[in-house]
Design a protein around this ligand. Structure first.
Ligand code: GUN
Ligand code: ZN
Length: 430
């Protein structure tokens, strides 16, 4: 069995840093080593000990750089890659003005493949090794996403975005076709290599009750899959949902009543929740996904991370590109920190790094496979240079502990901080 040993600083989590003090949640080696074999991590420890135990292994030395789990982006829209950073609109106008015209282009499979290639190039540059993405209504957009990810060996989640109303001609399916196309894609892709299919109604305003019911039935028939959608992102959207579903108790109920609430449900945004919604989400163990750059960029509001974590909610972190304004999970952590500050809680760097790796992996029910530098997990690894620019280097040079050394990269880092990326034990960024 061929083995590779990566040496550098290593960072692993042994607990959730929201639940125990950050320093108890983390295992850090200043001179550490990670052994990779057959696409998995087989050992993490102090470099001296590990190197002595694996004398024949190939070695890659990253010096003082930080070796950690690859970033996991728990909510994204790869088809919106080309319209990221589009100016001046709030959610519904942004969807109609920028998103839907762009998503229409995915009727062309060639366009879908080219965009998927560009999207996964960007993820690699930014140290993101897994993503959970919406595709478009076109099955070819799903084929492109999973095919390109498979060529690169990435663990990814994705699904056909279903919409049968309040969307333009050419971008609507029907309850039946949404069900049947999703089922066919699920049967083809779910569990194939590292692909996982996600049942994907866009959000209640663009699905009729009949479509939500059809997708609820599909999920009941395939409970092994995740289901992703959007929930309570903007106040105008919530008012619209009330008009469209006058009998629903609240926004969450528009999903719940059609069988679209469950432990494997992944709900993007979840900013303006009612107490009943919070209680139900927690009770079923559903995942909420915090999308901080999107929430500030589209002007959606402040996600109550500390309060929701304290309730015991399952929470992941995500870019929500292209509503989010960055492909970088470093920038996303910085935005989560800023929203925390505006909400009166300073989120610790260990908590930010945990959300971007293990937290997102747990939101996707994959924390047994990815999200941590731990023996047995798949070898999806990101190596961070903690002095990647002059600005960052002059600050991290005076750090007196790990967190002071890491935080400047979280706040000011970009793809230049990502020194190397490994996926399934294979290096994809040098
Ligand atoms: N709600 C429904 N669709 C979308 C989308 O594409 N992006 C964001 N941010 N919110 C949505
Ligand atoms: Zn989204």
């Amino acid at each position: 069995m061929e083995k590779t040993v990566l040496t550098g600083q290593t960072l692993s989590f042994v607990a959730d840093p929201f639940a125990v003090p950050p320093d108890e949640a983390v295992r850090h080696h200043t001179h550490g080593a990670v052994v990779i074999a057959d696409g998995r991590i087989v050992e993490v420890g102090a470099a001296d000990t590990v190197l002595a135990a694996h004398p024949g292994a190939a070695r890659v030395d990253y010096g003082a750089a930080l070796i950690m789990a690859g970033f996991v982006d728990a909510h994204a829209h790869y088809p919106q890659t080309g319209i990221i950073a589009s100016w001046g609109k709030r959610l519904i106008d942004w969807l109609n003005g920028y998103t839907f015209p762009e998503e229409m282009k995915f009727a062309d499979p060639g366009y879908a493949v080219a965009t998927a290639e560009r999207y996964f190039d960007l993820l690699a540059a930014h140290g993101t090794t897994s993503a959970c993405s919406f595709c478009t209504i076109h099955p070819a957009s799903v084929e492109a996403y999973f095919s390109v990810a498979a060529e690169r060996g990435l663990r990814v989640w994705g699904g056909k975005t279903c919409m049968d109303r309040n969307a333009p001609d050419g971008l609507r399916d029907t309850p039946q076709s949404a069900h049947d196309d999703s089922k066919a894609l699920l049967e083809k892709w779910h569990g194939k290599g590292r692909a996982e299919y996600v049942i994907t109604p866009r959000f209640s305003p663009t699905s009729s009750p009949e479509q939500l019911e059809a997708l609820g039935a599909l999920w009941a028939a395939h409970p092994e899959c995740l289901m992703q959608t959007h929930l309570s992102e903007q106040t105008d959207e919530i008012a619209w949902v009330k008009d469209l579903f006058p009998d629903a108790r609240d926004y969450l109920d528009t999903y719940e009543r059609f069988g679209l609430l469950g432990a494997r449900g992944v709900y993007g945004h979840a900013i303006h929740l009612e107490p009943r919604e919070e209680a139900r989400l927690r009770e079923v163990g559903a995942a909420l996904v915090h999308c901080p750059t999107s929430n500030t960029f589209i002007g959606s509001g402040l996600f109550r991370l500390a309060a929701l974590k304290a309730q015991g909610q399952r929470i992941g972190l995500a870019t929500d590109t292209g509503g989010g304004s960055s492909f970088s999970m470093l920038r996303t952590m910085a935005a989560a920190y800023e929203i925390g500050q505006l909400s009166g809680t300073a989120i610790h760097p260990a908590q930010l790094l945990w959300l971007a790796t293990e937290g997102s992996a747990a939101a996707l029910h994959a924390a047994d496979r990815i999200g941590n530098l731990e023996a047995g997990r798949e070898a999806d690894i990101t190596v961070l240079n903690l002095a990647s620019t002059k600005d960052i280097a002059q600050r991290s040079a005076r750090a007196s502990d790990l967190w002071e050394a890491v935080f400047p990269t979280i706040m000011m880092g970009d793809d230049r901080a990502v020194k190397a990326v490994w996926v399934g034990g294979r290096q994809i960024k040098m």
